[in-house]
Design a protein around this ligand. Structure first.
Ligand code: NAD
Ligand code: MN
Length: 498
């Protein structure tokens, strides 16, 4: 079994205590590798390495095109390792090989490349209007990296989340300490191996594996860290924001969701039914923007539901290493318990149509059958709280405005979808939904060129797109006096009376 190490200051090292733990495959419950358990001291060493690298200005002061060259080498090498990475990701995260090989790894790598290209195009100089009051001056905005950026990521898309944190930070000249989720540390360490091979200077990227309460909290409180970017639950987001406030760190947060899917009565049902299922059950529902509340009009309700239940039977749970399998387990025993707990609450609040239990044919693994509830009230627990498992709540509506109102009646505001053949109408509904992303006749398609993030308690700031790149910069106003003459600088006389 491979024994992984922390990546600090360009070297692969054990945790200072030598402590290790197994990371397991959630589909088999078998250990697949040993990983170190970092301490606060290990984390401090990683932060110090990033600080030293940043302050030396070798990376931050390098021409962006030079940084891009090194980072593109990493991208090319990751592309060569694509199949191997897909296998590791599938095993560590309980994702199907079908998903990791078709989506997580290739799209993650494409995002890496696109983010580098966006970074190269990001403006570092922006002219301001000429100013002639109180005297002529030339003013401009200079954009710089922030410094040491901590990236804290969840277990649902370990490779892609690592990319979203490290690529924009590094291309803009920052140095990074990345903390993968405790359950899924492997592909982040594989990226580190590739980065080291490709000549990334020491300290620019550090990867520390450990618990949120130890490594995560140190990253949020250490004065040498300038920014924290978290993807995680809303609860953790609140904690991170509070901790980071002591040293007024920049914070961006990508948090939980309870996103709505609004089916219109004129929707193309072949797209809408499969779209609603894809929106909910992709990666066993462990996606922050999953469409977990589906609003279905009464006029087509029976037809829609009949097709929805029939299509659900085509979701295949099983061996995640088999390309035929379309849905894997949830990440851990504790997540399984949590999901089944919500399903029990759902049985009291609504009517269970399918699923609701572990599949009988799978003796091992944290599997839950795709579960659909109907007669759900939007104010019930299963419609308000993020379950992060394969559970869909169907809510019948008669008036479209009511559906939009219910869709917005949530503390979250991350994603959502509208299914309709009438595009202008769908756009109008999309504008009324208070979330950061709305798909029309689709779901889950994230584009590295488009900003992603949350309204309300789903987050602060944006990732991806030019907007996401700028979150890794800060701006400086530079004022250049052009009066060039003491006699014209009458404001100095405010304090000098001669
Ligand atoms: P989590 O909040 O428990 O953990 C996320 C990360 O934060 C992990 O690396 C964890 O170790 C770390 N962490 C935990 N406590 C911490 C603390 N006190 N200080 C600093 N770091 C700490 O979330 P999870 O269970 O790993 O992931 C599931 C959640 O993440 C869901 O709620 C989901 O909606 C959300 N999520 C959001 C997005 C998004 O883009 N908005 C993407 C994926 C997941
Ligand atoms: Mn694992």
């Amino acid at each position: 079994m491979e024994k992984y190490k922390l990546y600090i200051d360009g070297k692969f090292v054990d945790a200072e205590t030598g402590e290790t733990r197994p990371t397991i495959n959630p589909a088999t419950e078998e250990p697949i590798a040993m990983v170190p358990v970092a301490t606060k001291g290990d984390t401090q060493r990683a932060i110090a390495a990033a600080r030293k690298a940043f302050d030396a200005r070798t990376w931050s002061g390098m021409d962006v095109r030079e940084r891009a060259k090194i980072l593109m080498k990493i991208v090319d090498r990751l592309r060569e390792r694509q199949e191997e990475l897909a296998q590791i990701e599938a095993a560590d995260a309980g994702a199907t090989i079908r998903k990791t090989s078709m989506m997580d790894i290739p799209i993650g790598i494409e995002h890496f490349k696109a983010l580098i290209e966006l970074g190269e195009r990001a403006p570092t100089y922006e002219p301001l209007p000429w100013i002639d009051m109180p005297a002529v001056s030339w003013n401009f905005v200079h954009r710089e990296p922030i410094g040491v950026c901590a990236g804290i990521i969840p277990w649902n898309f370990p490779f892609m989340m690592a990319v979203w944190k490290i690529a924009p930070a590094m291309i803009m000249g920052n140095c990074v300490v990345l903390k993968p989720a405790t359950d899924t540390p492997l592909t982040a360490l594989e990226i580190a191996k590739t980065a080291a091979e490709c000549g990334l200077p020491p300290g620019v990227l550090n990867v520390v594996i450990g618990y949120g309460s130890v490594v995560g909290e140190e990253l949020c409180t250490n004065p040498m860290v300038d920014k924290v970017a978290l993807t995680g639950s809303t609860e953790t987001g609140k904690r991170v924001m509070r901790l980071a406030s002591d040293t007024v760190k920049k914070v961006t947060l990508e948090l939980g969701g309870k996103s709505p899917t609004i089916i219109c009565d004129d929707a193309d049902l072949s797209v809408a039914v499969d779209g609603a299922l894809f929106g909910t059950f992709f990666h066993s529902g462990q996606v922050c923007e999953s469409g977990t509340r589906c609003f279905v009009p009464a006029s087509i309700y029976d037809t829609f539901m009949e097709r929805l239940l029939e299509r659900t039977t085509h979701i295949k749970l099983g061996d995640t290493a088999d390309y035929e399998t379309t849905m894997g387990p949830v990440i851990s025993a504790s997540q399984l318990k949590r999901v089944l707990g919500y399903i029990d609450i759902g049985r009291k609040e609504a009517k269970l149509l399918c699923g609701g239990k572990r599949p009988a044919h799978l003796k091992k693994g944290f599997f839950v059958e795709p579960t659909i509830f109907e007669q759900v009230s939007n104010s019930s627990t299963i419609a308000q709280e993020e379950i992060f498992g394969p559970v869909l709540s169907v809510i019948k509506y008669t008036d479209l405005n009511d559906a939009i109102k219910m869709a917005n009646d949530s503390m979250y505001g991350l994603g959502g979808a509208v299914f309709s053949r009438d595009i202008p109408k769908a756009i109008d509904i999309a504008k009324k939904i208070r979330t950061g992303t709305v798909w029309i006749n689709d779901y889950h398609l994230l584009n590295a060129l488009a900003p992603f993030g949350g309204y309300k308690q789903s987050g602060v700031g944006r990732e991806l797109g030019p907007q996401g790149i700028l979150e890794y910069t800060q701006i400086k106003h530079i004022h250049v006096d052009l009066a060039l003459d003491r006699s014209k600088k009458f404001w100095y006389d405010y304090i000098l009376n001669d």
